[in-house]
Every structure is written in structure tokens, then in C-alpha cells.
Design a protein around this ligand. Structure first.
Ligand SMILES: [Zn+2]
Length: 265
């Protein structure tokens, strides 16, 4: 099959799966942070340019044991303890300075204060997140089983929003603009995307938890992600093309709601 035929097929397949949601709009919650002005995806994708990991959609580690699209069964979620909290063991590379550890702790604490997720230093648990200073910002999707790497490169990834973004992948959340109903809310400008990168924009069969499409999600790409040329948008919100996407300040109202819904907090 030629690339254009397979692309068309993907589009048609995607269209046949789509269904509209009645709700719309959402409220962004913006914690104070950061000197950064670059949107989150630009930063993540720039950091990941030189990585040799196999990454899907820019910063998702290619799953070893299952299809990333099917990460909505209980098997790929972290388990809830009898006290109602979801304890997620983690280790942190000794390469991080204490200031860098504080940044990561601070991002983790936002999950502690808004959800039932609790990151706890690993003792001897089998499943855990290993936070490492690899080349790039990336994570596995959901709980993989055993040790799973969440990479936060010291140079490019230690921003509040990026840390939250990668943690959200580890909790099981995919990118907002690949969710099943996205074609009602954004237009993917395939002509502005390198065909070899087009797979990053394929629609996924996601569990949207009956929540509205969220332009302000921390999981949403910016409008020029994977663009072939500076200034050309790969993603355009519809019908209003001026809606902001790709924010990097922190989790939105719906980002937090979804964690609480998915994990039954
Ligand atoms: Zn991502």
C-alpha cells in the first residue's frame, strides 16, 4: 500500500469510529510556574529529537507487551489499595540534583492534592516507575508491569507541565488530539505534516470517560507539532481556529477530573 492510500484508509477508519460529544468547553486551572514561553509539545519534541528510543506520538514509549490503543482495561491501570488510594512506587535517578528532585516532587504533589494518586518511594514492589535522565521526555502508557522508565531529561524536560504530562501518560492517558472524537474539534492538516510523522496523528480508540474534548488539556499538542515548516499548523481547532492549544502551565480542570474518574477516586 502506498503511504497516501494507507493514510486515506486510516482517515476513513477513524471517521467511521467517531461520535460526537454534546458537551463542550472547559476551565483551565493554571498553577503559577515557570519562565517558559514555549508550548509543551514544542519543548518535548525538541528534547526528543535526538533520542534513540522508539517513541509513538513524540513521547510515548512503544509498548513491549500490548497495543497502546487498548490501555483501558484494569490491567494497565495502577491498583487502588484498600484505603482508597492508588499507590504508585517510584525511584528517581541519582543524576538529578536536589533542586531537580524538588521540581519532580512538586509536580507529583499536585497529583496528591487533587486526586487519589500517591507516588511513594519504592521499597520492593514489582511494578514501579523509574524516573530517569534519558535523552528526551517520554513515558510508557499506563502500568506496564515491572520497572517502567519515565524519562525527564535534565536539560529539556524539567518543567512543571512537562513532568505532569509524562506522569499522565504513565497513568494511562493518551494525547488529547488523538482521542476518538477529535475530528469534531480539531482539523489535522496532513499536508503540513511529514508523511513519515503522520502516524503521530492517527486517531486512537480511546475511553473519553464522557468528558468533553479539552483544548486546554496538558495532554494536547501545540498547533505546530511535527509541522514540516515553521509557521505551518499541523493542528487547527475547529470551528474557532483561534482557540489556544498546547498549554504548558499545568493540568486542566478536565485533566484532574479524568484521573479521578479513571481511578475511581
Ligand atoms: Zn505526550
Amino acid at each position: 500500500m502506498t503511504p497516501s492510500v494507507s493514510l486515506l484508509l486510516m482517515l476513513l477508519l477513524g471517521l467511521s469510529q467517531a461520535h460526537p460529544l454534546m458537551e463542550e468547553g472547559s476551565v483551565a486551572e493554571i498553577p503559577v510556574d515557570e519562565d517558559d514561553t514555549v508550548d509543551i509539545t514544542t519543548r518535548i519534541l525538541t528534547s526528543n529529537n535526538v533520542t534513540d528510543e522508539i517513541l509513538l506520538e513524540g513521547d510515548l514509549l512503544a509498548p513491549r507487551t500490548r497495543n497502546a490503543m487498548m490501555c483501558w482495561s484494569q490491567n494497565c491501570l495502577w491498583r487502588k489499595a484498600s484505603n482508597g488510594l492508588v499507590m504508585i512506587p517510584f525511584t528517581m535517578s541519582s543524576e538529578f540534583t536536589s533542586w531537580e528532585r524538588q521540581k519532580i516532587d512538586y509536580a507529583m504533589n499536585t497529583f496528591h492534592s487533587k486526586t487519589c494518586i500517591r507516588f511513594v518511594p519504592r521499597q520492593n514492589e514489582y511494578d514501579y516507575i523509574s524516573i530517569e535522565n534519558k535523552v528526551g521526555c517520554f513515558s510508557a502508557l499506563g502500568r506496564e508491569g515491572g520497572r517502567q522508565v519515565l524519562s525527564l531529561n535534565r536539560q529539556g524536560c524539567l518543567y512543571h507541565g512537562i513532568i505532569q504530562h509524562e506522569i499522565n501518560h504513565a497513568l494511562g492517558f493518551q494525547h488529547e488530539q488523538t482521542r476518538s472524537d477529535r475530528d469534531y474539534y480539531v482539523r489535522i492538516n496532513w499536508e503540513n505534516i511529514n508523511p513519515q510523522m503522520a502516524y503521530n496523528f492517527y486517531r486512537q480508540n480511546t475511553n473519553n470517560l464522557n468528558t468533553p474534548y479539552d483544548y486546554s488539556s496538558i495532554m494536547h499538542y501545540g498547533r505546530t507539532a511535527f509541522s514540516i515548516q515553521y509557521g505551518r499548523d499541523s493542528i487547527t481547532p475547529i470551528p474557532d481556529p483561534n482557540v489556544q492549544i498546547g498549554q504548558r502551565q499545568g493540568m486542566s480542570y478536565w485533566d484532574i477530573m479524568r484521573i479521578n474518574m479513571l481511578y475511581g477516586c
